[in-house]
Design a protein around this ligand. Structure first.
Ligand code: GLP
Length: 238
């Protein structure tokens, strides 16, 4: 995984937006796999500020809490639409949704089939979970884990609870699998902030393994880690 070290979140947002714009220039109907979470929000805002042709761009959802409808403000689909799709004029017909309801196996299978029919993922935009997860590929996750419903780990429940206020956080979620993520033609892993320094160091130093799902990206032929000074800690000074 190649490292691009940046100074701060603003620079991270610009670098990530450059990579997205490049992918869209190369292929106007590119399929993006788009994370929610705080980390990519600067990139999405930067993309909305730029002038580029997003009229054919398509977006696939990375993960979703089970049972949470779009009308709920905490739906990840809703968050993705508000932060990325609506500002870029990407309507529902160009969004590949990972549904929160219905039979989980069928919902995940239908999502995978729709991504495959769209030609696969051109660029995956990912954040790093506090336990090394990607999407909701919780440890342990095998390199070839499929798109599926999972039980969230304590670390994920805790780190996501602040988005939920007093309401109980759902304990299950659906996530694009490692197979789908690893199959993306290009992967961007965005990491920002001192609170990610420890987990980022562990991912960077690890041999690919199931206990740190993000470490599977070391095997990807075109994975770019964009991390800011705070997240890189000591490594930023080397
Ligand atoms: C969440 C999501 C991921 C996200 C990650 C990091 O649990 N499932 O898709 O990338 O954790 O979130 P943040 O960017 O807010 O740190």
């Amino acid at each position: 995984m190649e490292l691009h070290a940046v100074g701060d979140p603003a620079e991270l947002a610009r670098s990530a937006a450059d990579a997205v714009a490049e992918a869209v220039q190369a292929r106007p109907d590119a399929v993006l796999l788009a994370a929610t979470g705080n980390t990519p929000m600067g990139c999405y805002a930067e993309l909305a500020r730029r002038r580029f042709d997003s009229s054919r761009l398509r977006v696939a959802q990375l993960d979703e809490y089970t049972g949470v409808p779009e009308s709920d403000a905490r739906s990840l689909y809703g968050w993705m639409r508000r932060s990325l799709c609506e500002p870029l004029g990407i309507g529902e017909e160009r969004i590949i949704r990972l549904r929160p309801d219905g039979d989980p196996v069928l919902a995940c299978r239908s999502y995978d089939a729709t991504v495959a029919a769209a030609g696969g993922i051109d660029l995956a935009i990912l954040g790093l979970g506090p336990n090394g997860h990607l999407g909701f590929n919780e440890p342990p996750t095998d390199a070839h884990a499929p798109t599926r419903e999972v039980a969230l780990t304590e670390a994920s429940l805790e780190s996501n609870s602040h988005y939920w206020g007093d309401a109980p956080i759902p304990e299950r979620a659906r996530t694009a699998g490692m197979t789908l993520i690893s199959g993306a033609r290009r992967v961007l892993l965005l990491v920002s902030g001192a609170h990610k320094a420890d987990i980022l160091r562990r991912v960077m130093d690890a041999q690919p393994n199931r206990w740190l799902p993000a470490s599977w990206l070391h095997l990807h032929p075109d994975a770019l880690l964009i991390a800011d000074r705070a997240a890189l800690g000591d490594r930023a000074r080397r």
